[in-house]
Structures are given as C-alpha cells and as structure tokens.
Design a protein around this ligand. Sequence first.
Ligand code: ZN
Length: 181
Amino acid sequence: MKYPKLERLQILHYPDPHLREKAVDLTDVGNFLKELTERMSELMFGAKGIGLASTQVGWPFRFIVLGSLTEEGKSEGYINPVILSRQGRQVAEEGCLSVPGIWAKVRRAERVRVRATRIDGERIEFDAEGMAARAWQHELDHLEGGLFVDRVGPAARIVIAGRLREMEEHYVPPDDEGDEH
Ligand code: ZN
C-alpha cells in the first residue's frame, strides 16, 4: 500500500482529478490510521469543516474523518464506511472543503444506517439523522468519486456554473504525490 507523507497532505480542490477517484477497501489497519486521523482532522478543522474523505487528500482508500457535532474539536476516523439503508428526505445548503466558496441546496436522506470500523478495530453500526446523516452521505459520495455539486438541481447548477468554471481555469495541480514506505 502506498502511504502518503502526512506533513505534505493537503486538501485538494476542484477540479483535481484525485477527487474523481473511487476509493478501494482498506485491509491494512495499522497505527498509520491514527496518525492519518490526526492529520486529516487538523486539515479539516483548520478549514472549518466537519468531514473529510481520503479522496480529498489524494489517498483513495475507504476512510473518512468526521468532526463531532456536539463536542467542538473532537473527531473520529472511520474505516470502510457503508450506508446500509436510507429513509426520509431533507433538503439543506451544503458546502465542501474541496469546492470552497460554493454553497447549494442538496437533497439527502433524513436518516441513514451506517456501518464502519473505528481506527481501534471496533466494528460499529448505528443510525444517524439530520445533519449527521447529511455528513455521512456527503463523505461517502467522496469515496465514490462524487462531489455535492453533482447533486444540485438545475437552477442551482446555473448559479454555481460560473464559479466552477473559474476554479477550472485557475486550477494548479499540487506537485507532491507521496512516497512508498
Ligand atoms: Zn466534501
């Protein structure tokens, strides 16, 4: 497995091609994930986000970090997360650390049942709803190479099209791809 250099990790911005990669299952669950959780949390909180997926830092293995919605500055890493079921519907404004400056209404399920493995190896399964359900759905889209801007309605799409085009025109690829360890 190719490990990224943690100190060089950065949040990739649209239209970086890594954001469109489909992440693969993680099988090697070692100490590295604790350090990765810390580094991704640092990047996420530094950018005032509440979630960050591995594809957003160019490491396409199924792993996400979510900030606590109740305890400020607290976060947790989740390995191989999946959504088992979705119920209901909610529509709210959404943004993304990889698409800075754009907010748009996105329709999501109101409740989701999720399964994942914590970085200490414990398997967990639980229901999330409201804002937490939204965060899980948003981050799991990232692991499929999806972005929230793919899900906005036709009217919002027109509004954000100019800003997306601007980001495409000003895009500069990062120079570091990490090393084999
Ligand atoms: Zn995002």
